[in-house]
Design a protein around this ligand. Sequence first.
Ligand code: NAD
Length: 458
Amino acid sequence: MALDAEAVVKELRSTYTSGKTKTFEWRVSQLKAILKITANHEKDIVKALRSDLNKPEHETFVHEIAAVSSECDFALKELRGWMKPEKAKTTMTTYPSSAEIHSEPLGVVLNISTWNYPFLLSLQPVVGAIAAGNAVVLKPSELAPATSALLSKLLSQYMDTSAVRVVEGAVPETTALLDQKWDKIFYTGNGKVGRVIAAAAAKHLTPLVLELGGKCPAIVDSNINLKVAVRRIISGKWGCNSGQTCVSPDYIITTKAFSAQLVDGLTSELKKFYGKDPMQSNDFSSIINSRHFDRLTSLLDDEKVSGKVVFGGQRDKSNLKIVPTIVLNPPDDSLIMNDEIFGPLLPIITVNKVEDGIGKINAKEKPLAAYLFTNDKKLQKEFIRDVSAGSMAINETTLQIAEHSMPFGGVGESGFGAYHGKFSFEAFSHKKAVLTRSFAGDVEARYPPYSPGKLQFL
Ligand code: NAD
């Protein structure tokens, strides 16, 4: 059946206008419905993710199912507090008065999601939209069709479909949705499409959050616990959906003197994790589709990169697998050092002094995440001060996004706006300033006819 986007928005708007979604009880009931989906359908979710990405069950459980339920649990625990008006200070200007900031829902919002964490990245913004009291349309990615179909089925089975709706489809359906007037658009994906979304939003002056990507660097110093560092790099790269993760380390910067030790450390742990023949391992995801497979292999087959693969490189198009691959010192003008990799290839580039890494990072667009492995406190401080990135982790990769207390979002080319925990609630709320006065304390000097004498009283 053809999508009637106008009718969908009209129906949701009528529910929103009724006031139903604004109540604490409705928000709680819908958050609990998402929790039920995660509790009752673990096997279905694992199966869908195997089908879309060959994602290992362990990763689906930790990164998708548990992450969604933990976001819901946190919102349920904090919701009353988030909804409470905040007291604000007043001054003589408004005396006597009281001031409050009320968080009100925005209305009917749209979440356009991506394929790499198709369950998590579809539902995590929905949790925020619901917690804030909005009606919401979710448009999952067509590139993860099994998860998209499952989300459509389960949300219509468990949730209030008069206010929460899944619209499946690709560019035509998204375009039809974008023609409508929304109260907020939340988009996760690449920056090229991000610009299409921003242009559509501008037509209706719709505010938006753009969760985009980029090349996330990791500087690795020599004064580290090498074993722990390489395990954490491997976990954030190949253990996160084969590097098809927006905050995975995209490339590493280390010193010329330390690079051989780093490569040895990485390869010896990779062999332990994925065996002598990683192609046989079931513990890393496949590439999402043949277009992305060809994109990734073309980065490796670039003549500027040939001869520089120091580990891995094997690929099998029949099952869309590329093994963990390390490339040492590709030139700055190679494709692999300019395009976002978003896959299992890890270039390592070398500098004379580890501090030079900061300049290398700053020569590129601002990344979604940046990492530093060092015990040098001074370098840690400089890195935090001098590198602009959506988020950072020191001596760790990717885990900064697991804390509900911290915002997750980009800066510059990696996007704008943020979510997770209370930041999600705020992303889907308007902070309304409310000043309340009685009829006492009316100052004559405020009103015409004006005179120089009246200014003395103001
Ligand atoms: P994708 O191809 O699934 O596209 C994302 C969404 O945009 C889909 O729902 C798709 O239907 C829609 N879309 C695609 N083309 C469109 C068009 N012309 N008009 C309207 N809608 C359109 O995902 P992708 O872009 O390949 O995702 C990968 C990118 O997303 C990477 O750059 C990655 O870094 C980034 N990403 C960012 C985050 C984050 O939280 N910041 C998370 C995951 C991925």
